[in-house]
Design a protein around this ligand. Structure first.
Ligand code: HEC
Ligand code: HEC
Ligand code: HEC
Ligand code: HEC
Ligand code: HEC
Length: 270
């Protein structure tokens, strides 16, 4: 019997085995990369250079988000405050709060050097995604819908995946997340705290008609004759119960503000 196969073929099975080995390792590594929190990113909580606490500054002292994130309503990008903002309260010449605290050493250094503090970014959309803060917060979407209960966080961590599916979930059903504009930075807001009468009166002063408000409430029911605000409130009560609900607020705002959250690829991928 001749040797039909050249000698090197003896190595083929081994090579295949090695390749397979690498493939398996690769798949496991990819799975780890894609499925671990770093990729889905929920819970990502980097340690910051200064132990700044939102829980204390927002939850306890009661500062509004816009005191520090001052561009959030007017720009696509939500800024992180400069050192000057901290210095308003913690500067040895101004404010003087905890002016000698070791925890604030970097704030004092930054004030001398003029170099900004190097905060670690928590949320980051990929470069191929277009995201804009002002279009959301001026259309009734609160910080809490996308960042969670920041007012209770000692250290900011990522609360939502911010994946494409997550964006689209809300874009398909924005009524689950819309609220009056004066409640955007109130992270403890609950719709049941609203006065129903005030809610509808506010919509009417901004131009909504009794007729259209009534139709939105009774859309699945035979149309009722809503003669005045009292009748409108009564109709809402019969439909949604004694307290104002999210669905009630969300549907009205969506209809009155003509909310249409896009699902068009080119809106988010420009
Ligand atoms: C006194 C100033 C101040 C106030 C008030 C404040 N923040 Fe911040 N915020 C900061 C600073 C400084 C950082 C960067 C350090 C950090 O992540 O903690 C930050 C970071 C954040 C981040 C993470 C940014 C990133 O890197 O992805 C979010 C989200 C955030 N703030 C939301 C809020 C919300 C919502 C409110 C209101 C409820 C608020 N902040 C109020 C100062 C403030
Ligand atoms: C409106 C005033 C105000 C502003 C603006 C402000 N802080 Fe504060 N900060 C306070 C108060 C009040 C305390 C609590 C002091 C206490 O415990 O007695 C505090 C506490 C702190 C502490 C804890 C200090 C310690 O020794 O316990 C740190 C750190 C801190 N702030 C960082 C910052 C940073 C960073 C900024 C800017 C992004 C900032 N603060 C902006 C009022 C402010
Ligand atoms: C519809 C969802 C959504 C809402 C509402 C929202 N954010 Fe954001 N936020 C994001 C996304 C997504 C990013 C990452 C953006 C990026 O990387 O360009 C982000 C990033 C940030 C950052 C980090 C910016 C940076 O470059 O370091 C801050 C600070 C912030 N948001 C604060 C706020 C505050 C305060 C509010 C409410 C007034 C708010 N956000 C409302 C989705 C949202
Ligand atoms: C909690 C609800 C919610 C989430 C989450 C959300 N959006 Fe939106 N988005 C809205 C609403 C509401 C509008 C306003 C629609 C309108 O003005 O009619 C909007 C509008 C937009 C627009 C259109 C802006 C324009 O110029 O018309 C873009 C782009 C957008 N969102 C991108 C994103 C991206 C990217 C994400 C995820 C990172 C995201 N959104 C997550 C509710 C949301
Ligand atoms: C509302 C905003 C929004 C719309 C509309 C949207 N995308 Fe995306 N897309 C995103 C975000 C945000 C990411 C980043 C996901 C992440 O970081 O995990 C993304 C990621 C992607 C990716 C990268 C692969 C991945 O899943 O990570 C592709 C491909 C993509 N989108 C295609 C599309 C196509 C095609 C459409 C239209 C059918 C579309 N997108 C519509 C927000 C959007």
């Amino acid at each position: 019997m001749g040797n039909y196969f050249p000698r090197w073929t003896n190595w083929v099975p081994l090579k295949i085995a090695i390749c397979l080995g690498f493939t398996v390792v690769g798949v496991v590594a990819a799975a780890n990369y894609y499925f671990t929190p770093k990729y889905t990113r929920v819970g990502y909580e980097p340690t910051q250079p200064v132990p700044f606490s939102h829980k204390m500054h927002v939850g306890e002292i009661g500062l509004d988000c816009r005191y520090c994130h001052s561009f959030v309503e007017v720009a696509g990008h939500s800024n992180v405050p400069t050192n000057q903002t901290c210095y308003n309260c913690h500067g040895p010449d101004r404010g003087q709060i905890k002016k000698e605290s070791a925890k604030l050493a970097l704030v004092r250094e930054a004030n001398v050097s003029g170099e900004p503090i190097k905060w670690t970014k928590v949320h980051k959309a990929p470069d191929y995604v277009y995201f804009n803060h002002s279009v959301h917060v001026n259309r009734g979407v609160s910080c809490v819908s996308c960042h969670g209960q920041v007012n209770e966080m000692e250290v900011v961590k990522q609360a939502e995946s911010q994946s494409m599916g997550w964006c689209l979930d809300c874009h398909r059903n924005p009524e689950n997340n819309l609220r009056p504009l004066d409640q955007i930075t109130n992270l403890n807001y609950k719709p049941e705290q609203l006065s129903r009468e005030e809610f509808y009166r506010n919509l009417m002063t901004r131009g909504a008609s009794l007729q259209s408000l009534g139709e939105e409430i009774s859309s699945s029911k035979p149309n009722k004759n809503v003669a005045n605000l009292e009748a409108l409130v009564e109709l809402a009560k019969n439909t949604y119960g004694p307290k104002v609900t999210q669905l009630e607020v969300g549907k009205q705002l969506k209809a009155n503000w003509k909310i249409h959250a896009t699902e068009d690829c080119s809106a988010c991928h420009r």
